[in-house]
Design a binder for this molecule. Structure first.
Ligand SMILES: *Cc1c(COP(=O)(O)O)cnc(C)c1O
Length: 451
């Protein structure tokens, strides 16, 4: 896919870096025209570590984790926050999630292996996926994971059989598709009926499968799960989903005489990718979902279940930035100004995939106004390879260090080696210190598995 035609009427916003609002990581500051994050000069860091480079503001990440846990627990005592690790996972983020008292959701054997290698307690791990392989299920059950979120009737049989072979009873959830349309980008909408995920409520299929789950040996139906989509701005979607799920639990009680003890409402809270985006806060999300669950439980006469949420993007996206070096400038009069950086779709596929938006700044001109409109293209052999399409930037020059905000989620975890590009290093910054938590890939890494 190529780039969308440039909007020639778009005007530069003349903002300086500190005017970019909620896209900035918490500790972002500008000193002597340089961008600092975590007290570290991003220009120096780029020179020391090379670019492209992922940088995580550790204080920002930890504060969002604390804020999630306290926003929920203060309103709803029996609640837990599960970090959806597919948004961004390395060992260090798993350790931090553990230290901050979160649970962890993994979507396959690889993420589980990373979590366990980081010392994450298996009993606080939740396993997702619409087609976990029998091998992955065996690994998860052997490791003693807390919950397996069963996605289909076929998988229910598999989990039950494997748990039996291993001589254990596995706690499970059933993932239900509540048919709620989340107000978000169509590609990442998962709660509506046409979905590969979960048990559909159409024709009462999900309800009939609850009977199978209750009857299956070697599993215990501990709860229900739903996830209505990602980058959701409209909080009412969560309220509607909560009501559908609680009424479903009431029907289970009435028909099967069984109390469902846990309700996992998934993730999906939207974040600011653009300076003018105004997503709901973590606190507002907690207020909305906890109130909805309490009201629905009251309405259907149910005891309050243990409540869980599974944020990914809203924990890490704004804590992360990507640094690049400008290598080529190319102006096509009346068409577009290209600024080529030393990364692209290999470290951030979201822009090429669905024209995602990001705010850029020049880290060594961070105090200056963004007076031009540019497209930051990558170095890959695809016309659609861009990180930022038609956004304001300070006047770019060769060798400038560009920082792109809001790249903490779904960039590293979706990265590739396209064109033989080694993956960037990941550096955590905090209190003036920079710590490499994942080293840059080497050329040798690229062919280390070739025989
Ligand atoms: C992706 C995903 C999440 C996290 O979604 P975010 O939009 O990143 O908060 C949570 N739960 C499940 C099942 C998911 O697939």
């Amino acid at each position: 896919m190529s780039l969308p035609a440039s909007d020639r009427t778009k005007k530069a916003d003349n903002r300086t870096t500190m005017e970019l609002g909620a896209v900035l990581p918490e500790t972002a500051e500008v000193k002597d025209d340089h961008l600092f994050v975590g007290g570290v000069d991003m220009v120096d860091l780029a020179r020391e570590q090379g670019t492209a480079l992922y940088v995580i503001d550790e204080a920002d990440l930890r504060h969002r984790m604390e804020s999630y846990v306290s926003s929920f627990r203060s309103r709803y005592e029996n609640s837990d926050v599960i970090y959806a690790s597919k948004a961004f996972l390395n060992k260090e983020v798993a350790r931090i999630a553990n230290q901050e008292g979160l649970c962890l959701d993994v979507s396959g054997g690889g993420e589980l292996a990373c979590a366990l290698a980081a010392g994450f307690p298996a009993d606080r791990v939740f396993v997702h996926g619409n087609n976990k392989t029998p091998q992955e299920l065996r690994e998860a059950i052997s490791a003693g994971v807390g919950r397996i979120v069963v996605d289909s009737r076929i998988e229910l049989g598999r989990v039950s059989r494997i748990a039996g072979e291993l001589g254990v009873t596995q706690d499970i959830y059933l993932r239900i598709t509540p048919g709620v349309e989340a107000d978000t980008h169509e590609y990442i909408k998962t709660g509506c009926e046409d979905s590969k995920f979960g048990f559909t409520m159409l024709d009462d299929f999900a309800f009939r499968c609850v009977e199978d789950a209750l009857a299956a040996p070697n599993v215990r139906l501990a709860g229900l799960h739903c996830h209505i989509g990602s980058q959701v701005f409209a909080l009412h979607s969560f309220r509607e989903a909560a009501d559908v799920m609680v009424s479903f639990m009431a029907r289970i009680r009435d028909q099967y005489g069984c109390a469902i003890e846990e309700l996992d409402l998934g993730g999906g809270l939207g974040i600011a990718y653009l300076a003018d985006d105004a997503p709901s806060s973590i606190d507002e999300f907690a207020e909305c979902t906890t109130t909805a669950v309490k009201e629905s439980c009251e309405k259907y006469g149910l005891d309050l279940p243990r409540l869980l949420v599974e944020p990914g993007r809203s924990l890490v996206a704004n804590a992360g930035i990507t640094l690049y070096t400008v290598g080529i400038l190319k102006t096509l009069p009346n068409i577009r100004k290209y600024v080529a950086v030393d990364g692209g779709m290999s470290d951030n596929i979201r822009t090429a995939l669905y024209h995602a938006d990001y705010e850029p700044t020049i880290a060594n001109k961070a105090g200056q106004a963004r007076t031009e409109i540019v497209t930051l293209c990558g170095k890959h052999c695809e016309s659609g390879d861009a990180v930022v399409i038609d956004m304001p930037l300070q006047t770019p020059e060769l060798g400038d260090i560009v920082a792109v905000f809001g790249t903490g989620a779904y960039c590293y975890s979706m990265s590739s080696n396209y064109n033989g590009q080694p993956r960037p290093a990941i550096v955590f910054v905090r209190d003036g210190q920079a710590r490499v938590t994942t080293r840059r890939e080497t050329y040798e890494d690229l062919y280390a598995r070739d025989l």
